[in-house]
Design a protein around this ligand. Sequence first.
Ligand code: F6P
Length: 340
Amino acid sequence: MKVGVLTGGGDCAGINAVIRAVVRRAADRDIEIVGIRRGWAGLLEPDLVPLNYDQVADIISLGGTILLTSRTNPFKKDGGPQLVMKNVKDSRIDALVAIGGEDTLGVAHRLADYGLKAVGVPKTIDNDLSETDVTFGFDSAINVAVDAIDRVRTTGMSHERVMVVEVMGRDAGWIALHAGIASGAHVILVPEEEFDIDSICETIMARRKAGKNFTLVVAAEGARVKLKHGQVTSAQDVDQFGHPKLGGIGHLLAGEIEKATQFETRDVVLGHTLRGGSPLAFDRVLSTRLGVAAIDLVLRGGFDRMVALRGNAIVDVEIGDAIKAKPLDEGLLSVGRLFS
Ligand code: F6P
């Protein structure tokens, strides 16, 4: 049996650990693994590399993806899906392990109608896939965020400033909420709820009145300002999945806060820092378990399904259900509100 493995969408810590586990489990089961480079792009214009035991040695701690990634959507190209299927067939690939988020797995799901046999592995720092308690990459990302915010805190306190930290999170506030709670932020802004600049300024003023001259604001890049406009973008164009390039809410907010309160305000964008670097132990273990489970799922013929974490168990779920956005946990949101 020959199984292809690809990584699509934004990278994150832990992808290489999944690839390693896929290759190791496959070797154990006499399955040949071929790596597909740059996500779906590597099946539109075939770019395949054989992957064996030696090539994945010592990559468990390596950030990024050795297979490279892209945001290529075969459904945006005339005849794209048919071309992918032809190349899968010509390469004698029997099944595919797709490591990705809603976009990459969404393509795998749609290609099932064209005969693709794929299993999914949930990857994204945004943690916004349904049917899994967590996606790999998320834990490492929030720990990078908290470490950085702790540093922002000490300089902000010393200068008695308002510090606005922008974190990733396009349509989901999981990163902002977790990093905000863990770093003791005074204001947490998530894309799921529109926010009002006046009320943030009132919070800052009230803190000053109470003798607290430092305020920490953690904002998801996708946070929306009430009544003014939608999300803040850093470019006009959208990617092949229709996503705008977000960025700039932190800067906008810092300017508005300084104008309204007259307090010195600075903004810091953590952005891609959250996606880079080595996975932490939690993600290394989760990625390894998911990679092993993905090959086991292929062997069981569980196609159009995704491996997932539920409690402490690895299970498998419909990809079609998993790609629906995971709503923020209401309980956690109310805990966040208590402190911010
Ligand atoms: O992969 C998800 C994500 O990290 C989002 O949080 C963010 O909006 C996006 O990727 C940024 O993507 P790119 O690297 O293409 O700018």
